[in-house]
Write a protein of this length. Sequence first.
Length: 116
Amino acid sequence: MFVNWNKCQGNVWCKLNSVNIDHPHFNSMSGVYIIWHGGDNPRTVYVGHGFIRGALFNAIRNVTIQNYEVNTLYVTWAEVSPNQQFGVERYLINVLNPLINPSYYDPNQIQVNLPW
């Protein structure tokens, strides 16, 4: 499945801690998101799904995620229908191996294009 990964104005990756989650772009947007850190050895930190505004709001306040801010945290998101979000998230977790991994398992992976 092809998804459209979002970037910030100027076609640059969004910094998690400065993305404007109050922007109307996020109104009712539901999908999947990827948080990663930069630095010399960039790594995926977290993969999630749900209403993007609320999820990013929680991620900005999540101490475990914020521990990786020393290397700058980035985020991208894609709109995905609710009935496909678990499967897409599971695929992304398996491929990207995030440092923080949700504890549930969904056997129904849905392959999507990566943002990079």
